[in-house]
Each structure stands twice: as structure tokens, then as C-alpha cells.
Design a protein. Structure first.
Length: 158
């Protein structure tokens, strides 16, 4: 701290140590607020209890949940998710389905996904593309009943 600043603070009745204590208190309060927000985001995606876990040791599914928590920190209106189930086992996939269903109540969720069973579980409306061309669009039941979608993605037994 410069001599002029120290002299002005002393003239106002502050000591240098009091100024440093004030700065420390402000920094601590900001860190606590950010920590509380981070904990809330982790809880929102089902990762309570992992606040001190290194991201790299989380399971693949938990890492995807963490990515969603990070996206939620910016308070988005729309979540854009590219193949959120890729590489997940059944249990992790079920957790992701539940998470996305709950998030869809507060956010628009745009998915790019090849797992049609998953999409049918979480979508209100869907558009199916084949080589960049719209094949069908509508409610999940409309899309499931579409003959072109059945042929391209679902097989004849859909």
C-alpha cells in the first residue's frame, strides 16, 4: 500500500491492518456466496456430497451432470445438449433422464441424441433428421407412429 493511501486511511481513523482485515472479510464473504451457489448447482444436478471431489475421478455420468451444473451457473434460458447419454450405463442414463425431465420444467432443453427411447422419455416435441433433412416433427407419439421414422430409426417393430 502506498504512503499516500496509508496517510489518507490514518486520517480517516483506519489502520493499515484494519484495511487488510476489511479486504479479507469481503473476499471471504464473496467466496462463501460463490461456494453456496456452486453447492446449490451441484445439488440441483444430483451431485450433493461431491463438492470436494476432483472432477476427473467422477464417473462418466457424474461428469456429464457436472457439465450441466456448470451450464446452469450462467442461468440459461435454453440448455443445448449434444448426446447427453453417450457412453452411459443404464443407471447413469436413468439419472440423466430424471435430471433432464426436472430441468425441462424451468428451461427449454434442445437435445441432439440418437437414443430414440431416451428422446421419447424426455421430449415434449421432437424433430427427426436424416442427413440434415427433416423427416418428421411433432409430439413423441406422432413421431413414433411415423412410417419414415420407423424405417430409418426404430425398425418395423416400433
Amino acid at each position: 500500500m502506498g504512503a499516500n493511501m496509508a496517510r489518507r486511511l490514518k486520517d480517516c481513523g483506519y489502520t493499515v491492518s484494519a484495511v487488510y482485515d476489511l479486504r479479507k472479510d469481503v473476499a471471504t464473504a464473496v467466496a462463501q456466496e460463490l461456494g453456496a451457489e456452486a453447492c446449490a448447482a451441484l445439488a440441483r444436478v444430483g451431485l450433493s456430497g461431491h463438492e470436494r471431489t476432483t472432477a476427473g475421478v467422477l464417473s462418466h455420468g457424474a461428469q456429464r451432470q457436472l457439465e450441466i451444473a456448470m451450464a446452469l451457473a450462467s442461468d440459461p434460458k435454453v440448455l443445448l445438449l449434444d448426446e447427453p447419454l453417450a457412453g452411459m450405463g443404464q443407471e447413469e442414463g436413468e439419472r440423466m433422464v430424471a435430471l433432464l425431465q426436472s430441468l425441462a420444467r424451468e428451461h427449454a432443453v434442445l437435445l441432439i441424441e440418437h437414443d430414440m427411447d431416451f428422446v421419447f422419455k424426455v421430449a415434449d416435441r421432437m424433430t427427426v433428421l436424416v442427413e440434415g433433412t427433416v423427416l418428421a416433427s411433432g409430439t413423441p407419439s406422432d413421431v413414433r407412429a411415423n412410417a419414415a421414422v420407423q424405417s430409418a430409426y426404430l425398425g418395423a417393430h416400433a
